[in-house]
Write a protein that binds this ligand. Structure first.
Ligand code: CO8
Length: 372
């Protein structure tokens, strides 16, 4: 089977939040919290909220700013969450809107229209509703005949989505698949938690996978193979779900939002990811040194530096393993796709690249690519 990635697109929200803006809001919130709870804190019944710092954030993560779908509300210390107005049932949903924006860019890059697509996969960390699927809404809006479905794999949603597209094409069940990652994650961020308030940003990415015989875009990458691994861990978790209502618990409690044991994740996931990539390359008799570009998951700059060092035995250059964290922060599954979208046009025919996600689950998903 000759299956290729023939187009990719990234859509950025119009609003950004810098580390400085984020920290100013959080610190004002923490001061107000500590003032309100002064008696309990002095009695040792409640922990005081410590200050956050923009320098810490940049040094610990590589993040300088993040995009946000709706800035209003997120920095308001009496609210600490974005204000997103509910839409009527006959209006386009928020996630379909950003999915379509990214999809149009990917279609253009691949020289395709909706008529060329016969399957749509919306794959991301959260969907805003259970049904009807966001993918079917997107399919309808773009005039696509065929089928669509949603799937969730947290950080590895994008790569696992591409894996499914690859298999659907290989099996002859689809010819040209649109995979979209509308990562609208800001509603799940706990802006009152200093350990995690800085980590995530909103974005949408899309890719087109198809048979090599129909691909006619300017930048075509053959998918040599796909490889996936999952291993259960509670170290990155969100307990938000439809059963909360029946549990009689606060559906907005801190454990219902993203939370993690960041140090443990770092220590456990880095070796797993490096080993996974090495094994995947070995299937093609390739060594890490043969890889021209690494489009890695974008959770933390130090994680990527460490993984590359394990693979290459030296530091990777920014040209070899581009980082987009400074501008985008962690965008759940979209990070490696953004890196690919912004840094693929300069590759020469025959060059190898690895696209790889790693994170919650734990989950690792990779594709070994070769520029046509
Ligand atoms: N400002 C100042 N100080 C801080 C702050 C802050 N904001 N936060 C923590 N500190 C303090 C800590 O309290 C600690 O103090 P002390 O030493 O006194 O205890 C000190 O700074 C050092 O803290 P850490 O050891 O925790 O700091 P690290 O250097 O380990 O950095 C990170 C923390 C950045 C979280 C790092 O551990 C990390 O990135 N780990 C990997 C995390 C990761 O990859 N997570 C995956 C995320 S999941 C995903 O990608 C998708 C999930 C689905 C999407 C969810 C969307 C909402």
């Amino acid at each position: 089977h000759h299956i290729v990635i023939s187009g990719v697109g990234v859509w950025n929200p119009e609003y950004t939040i810098t580390n400085e803006e984020l920290v100013e809001s959080y610190n004002a919130y923490a001061d107000a919290f500590n003032e309100t709870n002064k008696a309990k804190i002095e009695a040792g019944e409640l922990a005081a909220k410590p200050h956050s710092s923009a320098e810490f954030i940049e040094k610990a993560s590589g993040i300088k700013q993040r995009y946000i779908y709706q800035k209003e509300g997120a920095l308001d210390i009496n609210r600490m969450r974005p204000l997103i107005a509910e839409r009527e049932e006959d209006a386009l949903s928020n996630q379909a809107e950003i999915a379509i924006a990214a999809a149009k860019k990917a279609l253009k890059a691949a020289n395709k229209t909706g008529q060329d697509i016969d399957a749509v996969i919306v794959s991301c960390a959260y969907t805003q509703r259970s049904y009807p699927a966001i993918a079917i809404e997107v399919q309808h809006e773009l005039g696509i005949t065929g089928f669509g479905f949603d799937m969730l794999v947290a950080c590895s949603a994008a790569t696992f989505g591409m894996h499914r597209a690859y298999e659907m094409i290989a099996a002859g069940n689809a010819k040209c698949v649109l995979v979209i990652n509308p990562e609208l994650v800001s509603p799940q961020i706990n802006y009152t938690d200093r350990d995690s308030h800085f980590i995530f940003g909103d974005v949408a990415t899309a890719t087109i996978l198809e048979n090599a015989s129909t691909a006619n875009g300017p930048h075509i990458f053959k998918v040599l193979s796909t490889k996936a691994l999952t291993q259960y861990s509670n170290n990155i978790r969100s307990n938000f779900g439809y059963i909360s209502r029946a549990n009689d618990v606060d559906p907005y409690g801190a454990d219902k939002l993203f939370h993690q044991a960041g140090r443990k994740v770092f220590k456990e996931v880095c070796p797993m990811a490096a080993e996974h990539i090495e094994q995947h390359l070995a299937k093609h008799h390739l060594a890490p040194g043969d890889v021209r570009r690494w489009w890695l998951h974008q959770a933390n700059i130090n994680m990527n530096l460490l993984i590359c060092k394990r693979l290459l035995g030296r530091e990777a250059t920014a040209d070899e393993a581009p980082i987009v964290l400074d501008e985008y922060a962690n965008t759940a599954s979209a990070g490696s796709v953004i890196a690919f979208a912004l840094h693929h046009k300069d590759l020469q025919s025959g060059d190898y690249g690895v696209l790889c996600s790693f994170g919650a689950g734990y989950s690792i998903g990779s594709l070994v690519l070769q520029k046509q």
